[in-house]
Write a protein that binds this ligand. Sequence first.
Ligand code: NCD
Length: 322
Amino acid sequence: MTSLFNLHGKDIISVLDFDKELIEEIFSVAYIMEKYAKSIGPSLLKGKIMASLFFEPSTRTRLSFEAAMYRLGGNVIGFTSAEASSVAKGETLSDTIKTVENYCDCIVLRHPAEGAAKLAAEISNVPVINAGSGAQEHPTQALLDIYTIKRELGKVDGLEIGIVGDLKYGRTVHSLVYALSLFDVNLSFVSPPSLRLRDEIEEDLRKRGVKFKYYEDIEKITPNLDVIYVVRIQKERFPDPAEYLRVKGSYKITSSIISKAKPKCIILHPLPRVDEISLDVDSHPQAKYFIQTFYGLCIRMALLSMILADEEDLKQLFCNSG
Ligand code: NCD
């Protein structure tokens, strides 16, 4: 139980800061939170304020963090774009953080610059949670992705996991592969050649002894997979629009592909979807990307309470649920 408090007052910047034990601990708290995620939960965060500072668009990440706070009795302040903040007048991120930390107990930050969350955490006196730092990382998404696998398939170790799409610019992919490197899984990376993993991430995975292979065609390996994780082409991150046009629409998960999958194979996607999963896939029992958004709420309820809640209250909740 000691590690239940390992996150108290801490930042969440990179998945590389986690070990497997802490991830399992977060999953145990998220599991308890499932029963409170659909109505008012325990008042673990009463009187606490979360600032959500979103300098890039978001639906699920922002709304699930905010809902998590409200479900646990807390409050939320924030803005949803740079234009709605003093950044539009030329304020720096550093000045914004030095101001906002006076108004809240934690900051959830999404920013287009890689390293933004790390910088904010260095400046801030309140915990900072990275809700997406450019194309670099999205650690809470990786936690909810793996939690979904665990809840839907009962385990993570031993699985064959295919990751399909924009491996180069997809920050959810980067956090996910680092988090999965803590588990015993086989990874199949499926993408057009120009959207393969960045060299430095590939190198890190090799150093960590992760088993992975590259493919270009999802159909060939579909029958082997337990999980197919799809990510959209990250149009906004391409420095050259011509490069985007060359790969646009280059992969799509269809009902015909699903028909070749194992009956228990699950299809995940961090969302938003553009055209990489056809709409008729939604009605297949293997499509789990909407329940994945629910698990995201539970994970964020777990993280916020482990970071902010009074230790005695959290311990009590844990014991009462045992
Ligand atoms: C992702 C993101 O913002 O990186 N969305 C999310 O947080 N669920 C994926 C994406 O935008 O493609």
